[in-house]
Unconditional design. Structure first.
Length: 329
């Protein structure tokens, strides 16, 4: 079993009003204003590693662990690292003081990159009985200074840390992940010959994103949720809540229609306050539900992740000591 022993987040105290985003065309401004995002946390003095390390220290403090107790530092790689060739994973290992740990990174799936990190953590804990924990870290920084990805969302800054082990109050019972390489270059940033202030996320095919990928996402989510429930012997009524990443209010409506169930209201609340926090979104939303007392002993949640890379994932998460017939990882 893979379990969440502790989680923690770091969001900058400073924030940026979406209405103040610069350099948007009239069409971009109209779309941006309709996303359902009021502000995003933003601190340009902090790197992705800074954000991740601050969250990691909080998670270790919550668990009562010293950094020297960490067995694995597993980094979900940033979309735009500070430097090429150097290692973000071992950089974080050093920043935390986790000198005894094994450190490496995973990624390549954009917003859904947390899912392969969870699969890797599960495999490590199953394969090596000497490993007691895996600290999964991610610092979410937008790839471009503009923060807006047209026509998708607005990106905020955040650090996220999940301390995973074989026991804990929240159990990750099953994970499904699907990808489609046909959309690998749907969004990109040309950077080799451009100074950073001119970096811009571009959608290479608006019709493909707005129509073809949107239809495929609905079908994929419907299929993933059905398969996840069926292979765990569960019915829709057994699920306490559905949590997703935070992109836009329109996305929540589409995903809810696709799976035939409401998305937790925590998601649009966090969307308005923080915007899109990349791979940190879904577990940040889960922590918000727990804080509100809406995910308690024996409850089950389904966590959904979607990336225009394209990738789709569904996680079955349970809490407490209630009876649960779901399969274990």
């Amino acid at each position: 079993m893979i379990a969440l022993a502790a989680s923690a987040w770091y969001l900058p105290e400073t924030s940026l009003a979406v209405s103040e985003l610069p350099s948007l065309s009239d069409a971009e401004r109209a779309t941006c204003d309709a996303l359902g995002i009021d502000r995003v946390p933003a601190d340009d003095t902090l790197t992705a590693a800074d954000l991740a390390a601050r969250a990691g220290r909080r998670a270790l403090a919550t668990a009562g662990l010293d950094a020297r107790d960490v067995d694995v530092v597993l980094t979900v790689e940033p979309r735009a690292p500070q430097t090429l060739v150097s290692s973000e994973a071992t950089r974080l290992q050093e920043m935390l003081g986790a000198g005894r740990a094994m450190a490496f990174s995973v990624g390549g799936l954009g917003c859904a990159s947390l899912t392969p990190a969870l699969l890797a953590a599960s495999g490590l804990l199953r394969a090596d009985p000497d490993l007691a924990n895996v600290l999964v870290l991610h610092g979410s920084k937008p790839a471009t200074p503009g923060r807006y990805r047209h026509p998708v969302t607005v990106n905020g800054d955040s650090g996220g840390a999940l301390l995973l082990g074989r026991s804990g109050p929240v159990r990750i019972r099953d994970i499904l992940l699907e990808t489609n390489g046909a959309y690998a270059d749907l969004f990109h940033v040309e950077y080799r010959d451009e100074p950073f202030p001119r970096w811009r996320e571009e959608c290479t095919d608006q019709a493909a994103y707005s129509f073809r990928l949107a239809v495929e996402t609905r079908n994929r989510l419907r299929s993933l949720v059905t398969r996840l429930l069926d292979r765990n012997g569960l019915a829709p009524a057994d699920i306490t809540c559905y949590l997703t990443q935070n992109l836009s209010t329109a996305a929540f409506r589409n995903w809810s229609e696709a799976i035939g169930a409401p998305i937790s209201p925590v998601c649009p609340e966090n969307l308005a306050r923080y915007g899109h926090l990349g791979p940190n979104d879904v577990f940040f939303n889960l922590s918000s539900v727990c804080e509100k007392g809406q995910f308690t002993d024996g409850d089950r949640a389904v966590l959904l992740n979607i990336s225009p890379a394209a990738a789709w994932s569904a996680l079955l998460v349970t809490t407490g000591g209630g009876t649960d017939s779901a399969r274990e990882l």
